[in-house]
Ligand binder design. Structure first.
Ligand code: E4P
Length: 217
């Protein structure tokens, strides 16, 4: 499973990238707001640092205007994936932009039928939102599993980008189901290393080592 970082925080992305953990980045208008940065400037900076796809989202709601914004975003760097919402206009914009050779990430997906439409429109990535479905007492993982099954039935090449990930369990489940990519906040990716038995085992090894009086010179 590829790891995308769901953030517009350049320092946090850099730290994970230096560990080889970053296959791509996703941003959205809320993450741009959180960064306090200019969208074009921060997106350019991320694209220079990361080789893989960097999603930047349009904010127009009408297809023609989405296409115009998408072209502007795509001009930032060759690794931009234009993010469009899963609306009828978004699907139209997806068709045009992928036809021009741009990568397109269709976002705000909450149903298998929406994912089916995005694949038909030629989306490069589909972003089903796990956490936001969990928030309303539905199981976001069921959606990932349904899309996996449907895409495999018909060999759709659209990649499943599990999004709105809130916990380390979401990462495990997305990987078990076979999501192509998971995009997670840096805090969740860092938390994946944690296990109490690792901490306990390390403490015991270090304590025993001290008793040997040895040094690795
Ligand atoms: C990424 O592409 C999505 O915009 C993001 O994962 C949404 O996450 P949230 O539901 O935690 O805001």
């Amino acid at each position: 499973m590829k790891f995308f970082v769901d953030s517009a925080d350049v320092d946090a992305i850099r730290e994970l990238n230096e560990l080889g953990m970053v296959d791509g980045v996703t941003t959205n208008p809320s993450l741009i707001l959180k960064s306090g940065r200019d969208i074009l400037e921060v997106t350019r900076e991320i694209c220079e640092m990361i080789e893989g796809p960097v999603s930047a989202e349009v904010v127009a709601t009408e297809a023609e205007a989405m296409v115009a914004e998408g072209r502007r975003l795509a001009a930032i760097a060759p690794n931009i994936a234009v993010k469009v919402p899963l609306t009828w206009d978004g699907l139209k914009a997806c068709r045009v932009l992928t036809g021009e050779g741009h990568m397109v990430n269709v976002t705000l997906c909450f149903s298998p039928n929406q994912a089916l439409l995005a694949a038909k429109a030629g989306a490069t990535f589909i972003s089903p939102f796990i956490g936001r479905l969990d928030d309303i007492n539905l199981d976001g993982m069921d959606l990932i599993a349904d899309i996996r099954e449907i895409y495999d039935n018909y060999d759709f090449r659209t990649e499943i980008l599990a999004a709105s990930i809130r916990s380390v369990n979401h990462m495990t489940e997305a990987a078990r189901i076979g999501a192509d990519i998971a995009t997670a906040p840096p805090s969740v990716i860092r938390k994946m290393v944690e296990h109490p038995l690792t901490d306990k085992g390390l403490a015991a090894f270090l304590s025993d080592w001290e008793k040997t009086g040895q040094k690795i010179a």
